[in-house]
Design a protein around this ligand. Structure first.
Ligand SMILES: [Zn+2]
Length: 207
């Protein structure tokens, strides 16, 4: 799906976890923590709309985000290892940027922006977070399109979010063209019944 892009293997694992989250009724967002050798040491996904099951996962509440799950999965290592990188499919919210700052992770790679809740700017505007010296990178390209697409449809299918909700106006500031393209490809397909797999993702999101 991501060819020979930097971190393609990590993004592939994130893609499968985001698909799993979407198909489980949560937001299709995933995060992976990678060690200095590039090995995935923890993988988390959004679990907001699920009942807690896995005792090692944070599920069924407002804090059940992909990044909090990935960091929680590190256990003690989150407090000791300064050479970890967190990959996330969607720009972290204020809570998750805070959780990254409270861990020893010092590099984040963000697949797609979230112009509504995304808070990467806090790395520069919060004096505390700025003191941590956390580097942020964005690969863009196909990685950005696919993971924004999954996030967008996750929000669009939420029954309590109307099309007039401000989240969509915020998304449009960066992704208007892509949203129109996805809407057109989706056509009249009923969103509540949509199940994602690699084929559907290629059809809906890949240029
Ligand atoms: Zn978050």
């Amino acid at each position: 799906m991501f060819g020979d892009a930097d971190g393609a293997g990590v993004w592939s694992r994130c893609l499968d976890a985001a698909i799993d989250a979407f198909n489980s009724g949560s937001l299709g967002i995933a995060a992976a923590v990678v060690d200095r050798e590039g090995r995935i040491v923890s993988l988390g996904r959004n679990r907001m709309d699920e009942v807690p099951g896995d005792p090692l996962a944070i599920g069924g509440s407002s804090v059940s985000h992909a990044e909090t799950n990935a960091i929680h999965g590190l256990g003690r290592r989150s407090l000791t290892d300064y050479e970890l990188t967190l990959y996330t499919t969607v720009e972290p919210c204020p809570m998750c940027i805070g959780a990254i700052g409270m861990s020893r992770i010092r590099r984040v790679v963000v697949a797609s922006r979230d112009p509504h809740a995304g808070s990467l700017d806090l790395l520069g505007t919060s004096a505390y977070l700025r003191s941590k010296g956390i580097a942020a990178e964005e690969p863009g390209g196909a990685i950005e399109r696919v993971f924004f697409g999954i996030h967008y449809l996750s929000i669009r299918r939420l029954p309590h979010i109307a099309p007039s909700h401000r989240v969509f106006a915020a998304f449009r500031t960066r992704y208007g063209g892509l949203m129109d393209e996805i809407d057109e490809r989706l056509g009249n397909e009923p969103l509540p019944e949509l199940r994602l797999d690699h084929e559907t993702i290629a059809r809906l999101f890949v240029r």
